[in-house]
Design a protein around this ligand. Structure first.
Ligand code: NAP
Length: 250
């Protein structure tokens, strides 16, 4: 039976958004599977707490995906032995100031959502894909959302950002139909993470109430299981998209 050429002990993966939620769960599962993981977020302190004591299996690295110098900063920050990145999990994303009507929101918040979720995600892919193509192996997994398929009131920036991730990921896969680099989009429904607290700018009580009032939600580990499924397929199988919903969601 053929296997994945990148999902192997010792392979290097880079996970954006590793300091919380889905990215953190995927980083932990990859480390558990024997990979070496570059864990990205904006807070070195938080990343250090989560991944600082893992010897050679994790490299916590504070980088902002909205930074125009992202590629240069990444290149200069990576020590020898961490530069051949075979797997990218693009999980960093937010909906800061969202879930309110467009006119009631702040334009800087709407713009930040687009900048992080769309431009930031493209920036990270642009930084890593060329070397994957050159080496002839790689797997890029983007975190889209069910909000990439439909909209709801209060999603004026988030839904367009995830529609863009959906179109971008599909277009990217079509750019390289014959290349040995696979491209996957994971589209979760509601996941109980730090996402709602970030949306409400640190108001955790509001965030917890939101999850408690929801008919159902996934855990970050549930979503990571879908990511690991896509990564573990043999090289001739490209899981293009996975829509993963909590039971009970209509
Ligand atoms: N939770 C859900 O219901 C849900 C559903 C569908 C899809 N998703 C998607 O899944 C992905 C992960 O969300 P989550 O639920 O895990 O949320 P989360 O717990 O809030 O985690 C978001 C992560 O993104 C990082 N991040 C945000 N802005 C960043 C930036 N500019 N540069 C670098 N890192 C940044 C955060 O780290 P710092 O703030 O420390 O930088 C954090 O590690 C997102 O793309 C989200 O849109 C979530």
């Amino acid at each position: 039976m053929s296997t994945s050429s990148v999902m192997r002990p010792g392979s290097v993966a880079l996970v954006t958004g590793a300091s919380s939620g889905i990215g953190q769960a995927v980083a932990e599962d990859l480390i558990e599977a024997g990979l070496r993981v570059i864990c990205l977020g904006r807070s070195q302190e938080q990343l250090g707490k989560l991944f600082g004591m893992r010897d050679d299996s994790a490299l916590p690295l504070a980088l902002d995906v909205t930074d125009a110098d992202f590629a240069e900063r990444l290149e200069s920050a990576l020590p020898k032995g961490w530069r051949e990145i075979d797997i990218l999990i693009a999980s960093a994303g937010s909906d800061v100031g969202g879930r309110r009507r467009f006119n009631e929101g702040v334009i800087e918040d709407w713009a930040q959502t687009i900048d992080t979720n769309v431009t930031g995600l493209m920036r990270v892919c642009h930084a890593l894909l060329p070397a994957m193509l050159e080496r002839g192996r790689g797997h890029v997994v983007t975190l889209g959302s069910v909000a990439g398929l439909y909209t709801y009131s209060g999603s004026a920036a988030y839904a367009p950002s995830k529609h863009a991730v959906h179109a971008f990921t599909d277009s990217l896969r079509k750019d390289f139909p014959d290349a040995p680099v696979r491209i996957t989009e994971i589209m979760p429904g509601l996941v109980r993470t730090g996402f709602a607290a970030a949306r409400h700018k640190g108001d955790t009580a509001k965030a917890e109430a939101w999850y408690d009032d929801s008919p159902g939600y996934l855990s970050a580990q549930d979503v990571s299981a879908s990511v690991m499924f896509a990564l573990s397929q043999p090289d001739n199988v490209n899981i293009a998209q996975i829509l993963v919903m909590p039971t009970g969601d209509k």
